[in-house]
Write a new protein. Structure first.
Length: 333
């Protein structure tokens, strides 16, 4: 196993400020060759008032790649701050499954994530951390990527009073069976970030969510989700809700070229369906749409209860559970 630390294999503490480093993971050519990499941009742990460096981390490649990249450290706590890192995920063969954490695997206390730029390639990506609790705040990250059976999460599970960053996630075109979420599950008094998610085009199956499940007194972010064209999309602004949790005010954007789309959690009076891209096709108001309500057949033996906005035989936006859409639910040009 190759293990690389940008500054120290131990702890950054006090008022230490890590240097800007360039780390490159090991790689190997050849069929069924394996590489195991662990890259830490700064240290194993960052605590007190220490600050991570603005690092560049490049993943390795191999047919059998076992790789984890931490932009700053494995754990951040107290008042630590992550650097603004540039991370390029590794990959190669179909058995390459790297994972990227833009800042750390877990963040505690008042730690704050950096504003990272991440190109995931074949990696599963967390823009900041898998777990954020206490009063942590995620950075405003820019993430590109997507791999079959993988996921991209702007911020992981948030609990306590944690707050997700305002992330921008762009999904690679042509990638099917991928899960995308601006934030993970929110509990306690956590708050989701206001994220922008741009779905991939020409994708067989994408699950896109602004936030994960909400519980306790959590509040979802006000997210914008742009559906990819020629893709089958399952879209939700927020996951399931329990307790006193409240979803955000989300906007679902669709453009010409869409195929089969389902909105799973549309909240009237809060959420909107943006169809300004259809102005060139004469869509300027509710009267220009073909909407079916009640028990709606979507084709191929599939039926939903709610509403379906049709743009052809098999091209539609299905809104589950909402049978009376009004002009207030839409944004038109």
């Amino acid at each position: 196993m190759a293990i690389y630390y940008g500054d120290t294999s131990g702890v950054l503490s006090g008022f230490q400020h890590a240097s800007a480093q360039v780390l490159v993971g090991d790689h190997v050519n050849g069929t069924w060759q394996s590489v195991t990499n662990r890259l830490y941009g700064d240290a194993y742990s960052i605590t007190s008032f220490a600050h991570g460096g603005d690092d560049t981390l490049v993943g390795g490649y191999a047919d059998l790649l076992d790789e984890i990249i931490y932009g700053d450290a494995y754990v951040m706590d107290r008042f630590s701050v992550g650097g603004n890192d540039m991370i390029l995920g590794g990959g190669s063969g179909s058995h390459a499954r790297p994972t990227i954490y833009g800042d750390a695997y877990e963040m505690h206390g008042f730690s704050r994530g950096g504003n990272d730029q991440i190109i995931g390639n074949s990696a599963t990506v967390y823009g900041d951390s898998a777990k954020l609790d206490g009063f942590t705040i995620g950075g405003n990250d820019e993430i590109e990527g997507g791999v079959r059976y993988g996921s991209i999460v702007g911020d992981g599970a948030l609990s306590g009073f944690a707050k997700g960053g305002d992330d921008r996630i762009t999904v690679t075109s042509g990638v099917s069976e991928v899960y995308i979420s601006g934030d993970g599950a929110l509990s306690g008094f956590a708050r989701g970030g206001n994220d922008l998610i741009i779905g991939g085009n020409n994708s067989g199956y994408q699950i896109i969510s602004g936030d994960g499940s909400l519980s306790g007194f959590a509040r979802g972010g006000d997210d914008i989700i742009i559906a990819g064209s020629n893709s089958y999309n399952l879209i939700s602004g927020d996951g399931s809700k329990s307790g006193q949790a409240v979803g955000g005010s989300d906007t679902f954007v669709f453009n010409p070229g869409i195929t089969q789309n389902r909105i799973l959690d549309f909240e009237q009076g809060k959420d909107h369906i943006d169809l300004t891209g259809f102005a060139s096709q004469g869509v300027h108001g509710l009267g220009d749409l073909t909407i079916h309500t009640g028990s709606v057949a979507l084709g191929n033996g599939q039926t939903i209860q709610g509403s379906s906005i049709h743009f052809g035989t098999y091209n539609y936006i299905a809104v589950l559970g909402v049978e009376h859409l009004t002009s207030c639910d839409f944004i038109f040009a």
